[in-house]
Design a protein around this ligand. Structure first.
Ligand SMILES: O=C(CO)[C@H](O)[C@H](O)COP(=O)(O)O
Length: 223
């Protein structure tokens, strides 16, 4: 199967997972990226069964609205039942690297407000140890050089993602060369650098359910 076919299977599995719980007052947190887009397109077929969605990026907000799904400001919502999103790397322990599509900060906020985080991914995203995919860090523009020097002290090689401005008007530094043996600790250390908004490690608030699409079917990994 192609990677896109596997992404489609993971997206369908997420719709199947949440469909039974859809009702008039349910607002769904929706992630960003090509797998999340497939989820949105499949979810749209059920749009009459739930109230609306909270988007983790402007691109996702636009796609939801194009399907006629109402999009809510997160400040209008106390708690979301479920958040569905893709990832750049996933482990069986449900830790993730995200932010390839530079939506990591809003994704982390929506995940924090959700009771259940369902991660959908194709098999190419599965790793034993995070770090093969360069770790995205969202940074306040004036702190870019300072943050980069601090990242070098932590053993990483920072690369400024040229031409990218996040939905929050910040920049992205991709950190190469990290073998991430303690993702919870590194997530906190990076976030403690002044000027960092957040980083793409989802380890302290990781996924509750991973739906990993493989050639042998969609595998479930649960907390
Ligand atoms: O974190 C993300 C965006 O910031 C995405 O979930 C991640 O990049 C995976 O994208 P895709 O589903 O296109 O492979």
């Amino acid at each position: 199967m192609t990677q896109d076919e596997l992404k489609q299977q993971a997206a369908q599995a997420a719709v199947d997972e949440i469909e039974k719980d859809l009702q008039d007052d349910v607002i769904i947190g929706v992630g960003t990226g090509s797998t999340a887009n497939m989820f949105i397109d499949l979810l749209a077929k059920h749009k009459h069964k739930f109230q609306g969605a909270v988007a983790s990026s402007e691109a996702t907000e636009l796609r939801l609205k194009e399907h006629g799904i109402e999009v809510f400001d997160l400040n209008e919502v106390t708690m979301l039942d479920v958040y569905v999103d893709g990832a750049d790397e996933v482990t069986q322990e449900l830790n993730l690297t995200k932010g390839g599509g530079f939506a990591l900060t809003r994704e982390k906020i929506v995940a924090a407000v959700s009771k259940k985080f369902i991660c959908i991914a194709d098999a190419s995203k599965a790793v034993e140890t995070l770090g093969g995919f360069a770790l995205p860090v969202e940074v306040i523009p004036m702190a870019r050089s300072y943050v980069s020097r601090q990242i070098v002290k932590l053993g990483g090689s920072p690369v400024y993602r040229e031409g990218v401005v996040t939905d929050n008007a910040n920049v992205i530094i991709d950190v190469h060369g990290l073998k991430i043996t303690d993702p919870k600790d590194l997530e906190i250390k990076l976030n403690n650098i002044v000027g960092v908004v957040t980083n793409g490690l989802f380890a302290n608030r990781n996924a509750d359910l991973l739906l990993l699409a493989t050639d042998d079917g969609v595998k479930r990994f649960e907390a």
